[in-house]
Design a protein around this ligand. Structure first.
Ligand SMILES: Nc1ncnc2c1ncn2[C@@H]1O[C@H](COP(=O)(O)OP(=O)(O)O)[C@@H](O)[C@H]1O
Ligand SMILES: [Mg+2]
Length: 297
């Protein structure tokens, strides 16, 4: 792929503490153009990381360089390149979708004429063309999320940061949102956080597994799947055995197979009674191997 420009974000030894709580331990990550999925359970530190990358909250230690310059030094110049969809959203219910986008464009310093054109285009792109004149208080959850995505794309940012963009969406809207993300230009840095594995399946060029403030693993989905595939095991079971198996192996996936139920787990070595899983290797297995096993309920 030919690079149009050399967007490069380097995160070095990034640390964040909230008082005594260390939310990010020592994050090292380099991002170039492409779609990055940050995957981790609730409390892993995803929002904290994104809030630091958007320069919304201060870090405790470390550096973040954009094209070689510290983002704090770049200040406004950096923030202009950013589009951000926060996890917590305060929307102005009394505004129409269009008025909200106009307002956000002015906050971002997008010239009015440019903003107007962009808003028409963005509303169309997120399927809200007809809803632009409707007050946000009448929007469904999915419509609100799509409006927030449109807001993040105002000003044609080269870095797009989305925090749990599919949160609270029904399956249809979830797929829709994922498709919008896939369609974003490959000449941008797109970072999106989620705790739902299927959100990044088939979308992310690069997956970053975050657990308890640390990056546990990162890489292209295929690589990550390849790496764990000899560590996934299955055991056939019937309904009345499920409880006992779960007791022995608390983190696993119950699967409906053609010939009945199977319980699927990740382990270093094959446990007695299990067989190597042969098919359907996916990111769920990667998650189970790297993170699931570490989560203590
Ligand atoms: N403002 C805050 N003050 C204190 N602790 C916080 C604050 N924000 C987040 N945390 C804690 O930091 C950790 C990471 O939180 P967060 O970044 O929101 O994780 P995620 O987005 O992955 O769910 C959690 O343990 C959370 O309770
Ligand atoms: Mg979060």
């Amino acid at each position: 792929m030919v690079r149009v420009n050399d967007m490069r974000m380097e995160i070095k030894r990034l640390q964040k503490k909230y008082g005594a709580k260390t939310a990010l331990k020592e994050i090292d990550l380099t991002l170039e153009s492409g779609i990055y999925g940050i995957l981790g359970e609730n409390g892993a530190g995803k929002s904290t990381l994104l809030n630091i990358l958007t320069d919304n909250i201060p870090r405790t230690a470390g550096e973040i360089l954009y094209d070689g310059t510290e983002i704090i030094k770049l200040g406004k110049q950096y923030r202009k390149k950013l589009g951000y969809m926060p996890q917590e959203q305060g929307l102005y219910g009394q505004l129409t979708g269009k008025a909200f986008l106009l307002y956000m464009a002015s906050v971002k310093g997008v010239p009015k004429k440019t903003a107007k054109n962009q808003i028409e285009e963005l509303l169309e792109r997120v399927n809200l063309k007809d809803a632009g004149k409707v007050r946000i208080s009448h929007y469904s959850g999915g419509m609100k999320q799509r409006l927030l995505l449109a807001q993040a794309l105002l000003g044609e940012p080269e870095i797009i940061i989305l925090d749990e963009p599919t949160a609270g969406l029904d399956p249809k809207e979830r797929i829709r949102m994922r498709n919008f993300i896939t369609e974003l230009s490959s000449e941008k840095i797109v970072i999106f956080a989620t705790h739902i594995v299927s959100d990044i399946e088939c979308i992310a060029d690069y997956v970053v597994l975050l657990h308890d403030g640390s990056i546990i693993q990162k890489g292209a989905p295929i690589e990550l799947i390849d790496e764990v595939k000899t560590h996934i095991f299955e055991k056939k079971c019937d309904k009345n055995q499920i409880r006992a198996i779960k007791n022995d192996y608390p983190y696993g996936n119950l699967m409906q197979k053609r010939d009945g139920l199977a319980y699927r787990i990740a382990a270093e070595e094959k446990p007695p009674g299990f067989t190597e899983a042969k098919e359907d290797m996916n990111l769920e297995d990667v998650y189970m191997y790297h993170i699931g096993r570490r989560i203590k309920d």
